[in-house]
Design a protein around this ligand. Structure first.
Ligand SMILES: [Zn+2]
Length: 88
């Protein structure tokens, strides 16, 4: 019960977290508990609700024309490979 109150409290830190995790949310990669926290936060935060809608439109339009982005491990490996190429 106290947990639910915590989730519903308007929390500026949660807004920043929201921005960072919004792509994971849209791609369905958030764990159940995080997803519920997201949705609870949106209930009380118009800013994040609007932001999510913008991101959803963006992701949808990008998804129509391009491959899904590589996962973080792949990106990291690619970054390392590019750095090594530049050093040669
Ligand atoms: Zn918010």
């Amino acid at each position: 019960m106290s947990r639910l109150r915590f989730w519903r409290r308007r929390d500026p830190l949660m807004c920043r977290e929201f921005v960072e995790l919004v792509t994971d949310y849209l791609e369905g990669r958030l764990p159940e508990q995080e997803r519920l926290r997201f949705e609870a936060h949106m209930d009380g935060c118009d800013g994040c609700t609007g932001y999510l809608e913008d991101m959803r439109r963006l992701v949808t339009s990008l998804g129509e024309v391009s491959e899904p982005p590589p996962d973080p491990a792949t990106r990291k490996a690619l970054g390392r490979a590019f750095r090594e190429l530049r050093m040669e």
